[in-house]
Ligand binder design. Structure first.
Ligand code: PLZ
Length: 448
């Protein structure tokens, strides 16, 4: 057990972490960047302990993964038992129950009461790629529609779906063909008050004029966009897109890799509007930190693929599946959706206080424990303020608070604590954020 308390034993990063940073430089590709070079030796719930004896408060969950917390007794127990039994056979060679049980759980938990099937993979990007393969195979069509600010992964097809050049796509082309991008319903930056109707009208007009409905295999959207800036579309947008897809025989794919599994206060972000996607991708929070991803959806689509068309050596690894079953049990038993909503109730008022006090926050948004603020240097013009965002982030890190930024313009500060974080740590972290804003604003005011 790690005491749920922040400890700063050394300046960050400490000497041992600095020594490891040297080794990293000589051994690990420079292409693998690091946000906070503090090397971790143990973690539990809201605390990460580093190799210099520092204890950091975790507001990132390893990018929305450890929703049930590191050190979850259920996950540890399930993983240890499974490792002792067997670690791998390959489900495509000689199968095992855990894979089937995860698919059964996903059928129960994902939106809609219809008959469903799942296929399991290792990473979010792999799940997205397979969702596209399934949609193409089932419809016999090729075109895929993705949105501005979208993030769907770093493999070739998913890079093509991802919107942002730096750092994800730069120098990595050419990208896969038959991907089309449409505007995202981004209320804060939509030029008029009519974001919902105008964004939907642009979407339908572009699909009609540039692709043709009958050539469109799938529309893929993150119900709350993640890396692109925690953008929450206006209520009704997802429903309109889903209805439109149904009308035209287009597969509606909800990428719930970041937003799914209790993170937003519902099992899935789509539940907020009662939207029922044809296919749902999950990963991240699914398996308590073990690598596991899934595509879940309409049985007729999932079963349209020829036998042997989907798979991979490790997809649905038994240890990862055992972890997922334990993580899902924790989500249910500990009502982590309610915990996510309680986090929102604590965090949002504090963010609004900072907004009132500093006049550099243009928007406070998100749901549950997927929350963000968008920083601007001019509230009227909404000028992105990435320099201040980076400075606040750095000041948080120096205080032992692990925070993450995001956004197409690098000016969004996001909050993704483990859903099991102790209320006292959440409160302390928000206090540190307050201090970080004061420090960063002082420095920028002084021309720093
Ligand atoms: N879809 C909605 O959020 C992963 C990426 C971090 P993988 N987001 C974190 C980084 O810089 O690589 C993500 C996501 C959504 C797909 C993915 C991809 O999931 O497990 O990273 O492949």
């Amino acid at each position: 057990m790690i005491e749920q308390r922040r400890i700063l034993a050394t300046p960050l990063p400490g000497p041992r972490s600095q020594a490891l940073a040297e080794r990293k430089l000589a051994a690990v590709s420079a292409g693998v960047g690091i946000a906070l070079p503090v090397y971790i030796e143990a973690a539990q719930d809201g605390i990460l302990r580093d190799i210099d004896g520092n204890q950091l408060i975790d507001f990132g969950s390893g990018i929305a993964v450890t929703s049930v917390g590191n050190g979850s007794a259920r996950v540890i127990d399930a993983v240890q038992r499974q490792i002792a039994d067997f670690t791998h056979t390959c489900f495509m060679v000689t199968p095992y129950e855990e894979y089937v049980a995860v698919a059964e759980e996903l059928a129960k938990l994902t939106p809609g009461e219809h008959e469903k099937r799942s296929a399991l993979f290792n990473s979010g990007a792999e799940a997205v790629e397979n969702a596209v393969k399934i949609a193409r195979s089932a419809t016999g069509r090729q075109a895929v529609v993705a949105f501005d600010h979208a993030y769907h992964g770093r493999t070739n097809l998913t890079m093509g779906l991802t919107a942002k050049n730096m750092p994800y796509k730069h120098h990595f082309g050419p990208f896969a063909s038959e991907i089309y991008r449409v505007p995202m319903a981004y209320p804060y930056r939509w030029p008029t008050e009519n974001c919902l109707t105008e964004a939907f009208a642009e979407f339908t007009a572009m699909v009609h004029a540039q692709i043709g409905e009958e050539n469109t295999a799938a529309v893929i959207i993150e119900p709350i966009q993640g890396e692109g800036g925690f953008i929450v579309p206006p209520d009704g947008f997802l429903t309109q897109i889903a209805d439109y897809c149904r009308e035209h025989g287009i597969v509606f794919i909800a990428d719930e890799i970041q937003s799914g599994l209790c993170r937003t206060g519902d099992w899935f972000a789509c539940d907020h509007e009662g939207v029922v996607p044809d296919l749902v991708t999950t990963a991240k929070g699914l398996a308590g930190g073990m690598p596991l991803a899934a595509v879940t959806g309409r049985a007729d689509l999932m079963d349209a693929v020829h036998s042997g068309g989907l798979g991979g050596t490790y997809g649905g690894n038994p240890v990862a599946c055992a972890a997922a079953l334990a993580a899902i049990e924790s989500m249910r038993a500990d009502d982590l959706c309610a915990k996510a909503r309680a986090i929102e109730d604590t965090v949002v008022p504090r963010l609004k206080e900072i907004a009132d006090r500093t006049e550099v926050i243009g928007d406070v948004r998100g749901r549950g424990a997927m929350l963000a603020i968008e920083l601007v240097s001019d509230l009227e013009k909404k000028t992105p303020y990435p320099e201040l965002t980076a400075a606040v982030n750095k000041a948080c890190h120096a205080r032992g608070l692990v925070t993450l930024t995001c956004g197409t313009f690098g000016n969004v500060f996001r909050f993704l604590p483990p859903l099991t974080i102790a209320p006292e740590l959440l409160d302390e972290g928000l206090g540190l954020l307050d201090e970080a804003f004061d420090e960063a604003l002082g420095a920028t005011a002084a021309g720093g």
